[in-house]
Ligand binder design. Sequence first.
Ligand code: ADP
Ligand code: MG
Length: 460
Amino acid sequence: MDLNQLWQSTLAELELQISRPNFLTWLKNSRLIKKEEDGKVLVGLGNNFAKEWVENKYHKIVLESLRSFDETIKKVEYIVLVEEKKIFFTEKEPALSGKGNLKTDPNRQAILPELKIDSETNLHPRYTFDSFVVGSSNELVYAAAMAIIKDVGKKYNPLFIYGGTGLGKTHLIQAIGNEIKNFYKNKIKVKYVHSEKFVNDVVTAIRNKRMEDVKNKYRNVDVLIVDDVQFIGGKKATEEEFFHTFNVLHENNKQIIISSDRPPAAIPTLEERLRSRFEGGMIADITYPDYEMRVAIIKTKLQEKNAELSDEICGLIANKIQRNIREIEGILNKILFYQEFKNIEPTPKIIEEIINNTAQQSSKNITNNQIIKAVADFYEIAVNELISRSRKKGVVEPRQITAFLLRDILDMSYPDIGEKLGKRDHTTAIYSFEKISKEININKKLNQKIILIKENIYKN
Ligand code: ADP
Ligand code: MG
């Protein structure tokens, strides 16, 4: 058997043991490159991501399959098949920058440090003013934020920020928290909380008759930041507790910062006394970014990702996506993925296709079971295990990704997601969603996995 035949037979064997989408993704462009006298063979794979995946997940069955055809094989090693390709994301290294046709370094990894949520403040270090673009849509809020940072608790209290989804509310209020924390070197105690978490804390405290836990947690801070406060509306016990927390902090000149998807007057179930408290400070909205601002955001995001796109392409994206910055990020991640993983050059036509496809995809009929199955298939774990309460190492990430996708694609509520994934508390679902939606922007591999899983979801 020559090398090619040997590999074709091995692939046929592997195809029986690996799910179809995975087989196509990881092994389609593989080759057996050589066999050495000591029994070592070299397998070439399409890219670095595939190499790592096959090494970690399929090594054993690759070796076994090979050996079933040729017993003299003792060892398998993997390399990446480097191809000449057109690059539009240029490296920021001097030797490589700005040229047309370059070889990519297959070993290049995301060099960003892993960023973790601070357990004391609940703030994510990624959200800073350095990465926040100020423009016509958020100038006013930004000015208020700066005034607050200078004079914590004294200027605008509370600061109530509202605006549509994906327009930067969470980024902004967390950036305020991070700035205060860093500027005052922890002398000022900051705490960020998503209102669903606050609701949950109150509910748990009532159930366990431990209200003082909530009081200790939220009344002993200098700056309390509450995200998406609209979820508090209509939950009586929580509103009550929040009202008192608010008063205690306010009377002591502690700063309160609140975000919401609408102004206080438009949260129908909000108690009157809480509404008038909110209206007692400064209310400012974030509106849709204009074209210039969208272009600036695209360029900032590319810089963060160490990537470049032509002005024409940036303009095209800014033209097409007008109402949601999170969506802009999603498209950039996708383009980056297509370039790196699939070798696709982003002509304006392709960019347009990617954008149109993404818009169509979100409206397709997808069920939660399809999503769960796609994740299970991708990681080759059983659906039952994925939705179980097991904390085994191999299922934590898949489960967090499932939670993320259920929210991202279906807009499922956090309690429903928690229920579906092993009858978990909904705060676990919030945590998972928030974690993955941040990580996806800084962790290239995670981004790749999620795009591949999504492709499989929409393919079926
Ligand atoms: P919201 O909380 O309003 O739904 P987020 O704060 O989560 O929106 O923002 C969505 C994404 O867009 C985040 O990844 C954030 O970093 C990014 N983003 C929003 N506004 C800006 C901005 N002005 N500059 C840079 N990035 C932004
Ligand atoms: Mg938000």
